[in-house]
Write a protein that binds this ligand. Structure first.
Ligand code: OAD
Length: 254
């Protein structure tokens, strides 16, 4: 156990006892929770943005300038979803949901591994890979058939003259989804737990401060110290798939 500024860092297998039953618990996940499933994170050394500059694939301007590049990038990620499986961190979070009455899961991830790991209510603040959005009406459709996964553009079913669809992803410069519901949960939580996020992207990275401002105990599980590490009361460094199941077991013991 070591201290940095105001928080305490625990080396596994150290567990801090908390009673979470009867409390409001919010979990916010990032790319690190899916890393052990084989989904690349964004900012680690072998991360996704190494091969593509972020502004080449994740902005509305990029979609305007080179839609083929953006489309191929997201089609590859959509196809990859069929090849990966949830890991023990996803399962542990689902277990927490199943045992607690007041639980909210918010994810920055666009994959469906939380749902496949057993979570029933997942707020995808940065969108989803399984759905596509009509560029004209903004209606979304679940489009994961084989035909939807090749590098040809997909066209909507909602318009008389089918329009091209775009990834149903929140790009840089766009408003994250369901923010009202998210802030409502964070502003009334007792425990705020972040798993696998580098703390670079706002508003997600700032939610720990909202939670702290209402007196919540803030916990981080991350492979390495993130940029906003000092905002947390309690930090567990290591792989989420190894650390989280043990923590959840302990949090649910009483
Ligand atoms: P990042 O790639 O920025 O950070 C992932 C974090 O997970 C890093 O701090 C890693 O150390 C940590 N990590 C890696 N493997 C881990 C493991 N096995 N267990 C625990 N932690 C692990 O991903 P995010 O913070 O999620 O937005 O990035 C936020 C947003 O940036 C993404 O949602 C995406 C991107 O731009 C959009 O696409 C809109």
């Amino acid at each position: 156990m070591t201290g940095i500024q105001n928080c305490i860092v625990f080396e596994p297998p150290f567990v801090v006892t908390h009673i979470m039953r009867g409390k409001n618990v919010v979990v916010l996940t990032g790319a690190g929770v899916s890393a052990e499933s084989g989904v690349k994170t964004f900012r680690d050394n072998d991360g996704l943005w190494e091969n593509h500059r972020i502004e080449d694939v994740a902005t509305p301007q990029a979609w305007q300038a080179d839609p083929k590049l953006v489309w191929k990038f997201y089609q590859a990620r959509r196809r990859q979803m069929n090849e990966v499986e949830p890991n023990s961190a996803h399962v542990a979070i689902a277990k927490l949901e199943s045992e607690l009455d007041n639980f909210t899961l918010v994810t920055q991830n666009v994959d469906d591994l939380h749902e496949r790991g057993g979570s029933s209510l997942v707020i995808h603040m940065h969108g989803r890979l399984q759905t596509l959005r009509c560029e004209k009406t903004e209606q979304t459709e679940h489009r994961m058939a084989d035909d939807d996964l090749n590098d040809d553009y997909a066209y909507c079913n909602c318009c008389v003259n089918a329009h091209r669809m775009r990834p149903d992803i929140v790009w840089f410069g766009e408003m994250p989804m369901e923010m009202e519901e998210i802030y409502e949960s964070v502003e009334s939580c007792d425990f705020f737990i972040v798993v696998g996020s580098s703390g670079h992207v706002y508003p997600a990275a700032g939610m720990v401060n909202v939670a702290k401002s209402v007196g919540a105990h803030t916990i981080l599980v991350n492979y390495e110290m993130p940029i906003n590490g000092s905002d947390f009361d309690e930090i567990h460094l290591g792989k989420a798939g190894e650390i989280l199941p043990k923590l959840v077991e302990d949090w649910l013991m009483r």
